[in-house]
Design a protein around this ligand. Structure first.
Ligand code: PAF
Length: 287
């Protein structure tokens, strides 16, 4: 497995693979990889002849007061995990390789990026869409793999691929959780032991909401209130949002008649964590 730092080198490797008739999968990441990322890479390896993992902390998706400078980084550990998972190349560019000093072209999206995380992070998805478009143009993958934990990001990328006619299949992969239910995230490393315990409230509150839906509740307001009230029982938790939205348009729903996403963002101390579940009435889980 190779760690590649320049666009030129990566392009020539992909060109060589294409000449050999190989299919190519891309797993975009910001590094500090965990088992959740590994599951994406393993899936990509099982579905493509060659796999590129990008490992780039993308500055344009961080707001001014966010954690760009402190975001955890460890390329040696990441490279070892990628190799173990069967990736062929880790693309690890410097910011100067990805962005010209006078870059002024961005990919932006209306509607889907305005609610949920877009409310507190108004420039975030512009940065995500821009860097993912650039990675798509650099790697030209057949398939690209994203985690369902970032459910809004996944919906936004699917829409961008449709709207911009990228000839790429987007695969969403299930959330990977710690044994106690906390969704895996590179940001979990920010949590103190007390905060780590408190962070379980996200999953627990969501499970409560899911149980209500499984039991037949279809009033989104009631489910949301139950999640909010349970979340409030944890004194270290400060809710950013709790919403039930249409799974495709991400618009708020009142009555649940089709596929929805229940999504939360919660500050545990200074760390903002997200989690979610999907629900489709008529396709409830059966015991
Ligand atoms: O989900 C992430 O890690 C990032 O938002 C992504 C998709 C790699 C773009 O920087």
């Amino acid at each position: 497995m190779q760690v590649v730092k320049t666009i030129e080198e990566l392009r020539s490797i992909v060109k060589w693979w294409r000449g050999e008739g190989h299919s190519v999968g891309l797993v975009p990441t910001m590094g500090y990889l965990h088992e959740g990322h590994k599951s994406l890479i393993v899936k990509a390896v099982s579905e493509n002849d060659r796999v590129v993992v990008s490992d780039f902390v993308n500055p344009t998706q961080f707001g001014v007061n966010e954690d760009l400078s402190t975001y955890p980084r460890d390329i040696d550990r990441d490279a070892a995990l990628c190799e173990e998972a069967g990736a062929d190349v880790v693309f690890h560019p410097e910011p100067e390789e990805m962005y010209f000093p006078d870059s002024c072209t961005f990919v932006d999206m209306d509607h889907l990026t305005k609610g949920l995380c877009g409310k507190t992070r108004p420039t975030h998805f512009k940065g995500v869409c821009t860097v993912v478009s650039k990675l798509f143009n650099i790697v030209t993958p057949d398939r690209a793999y994203f985690g369902e934990k970032d459910a809004q990001q996944l919906a936004v990328i699917r829409r961008m691929v449709r709207d911009m006619n990228f000839n790429i299949t987007i695969a969403g992969c299930p959330i990977v959780r710690e044994e106690d239910g906390l969704a895996m995230s590179s940001r979990n490393t920010y949590l103190s032991p007390a905060e780590r315990k408190a962070a379980l409230i996200l999953h627990k509150s969501l499970m409560l909401g899911e149980e209500m839906l499984q039991a037949g509740e279809r009033d989104a307001g009631k489910v949301k209130n139950a999640i909010v009230e349970h979340m409030k029982t944890e004194r270290l938790a400060r809710i950013d949002y709790v919403e039930l939205v249409d799974a495709d348009s991400l618009e708020l729903v009142k009555t649940i008649t089709g596929p929805i996403l229940a999504a939360v963002a919660v500050y545990i101390g200074k760390t903002r964590l997200i989690d979610n579940f999907s629900f489709n009435p008529g396709q409830e889980k059966r015991e």
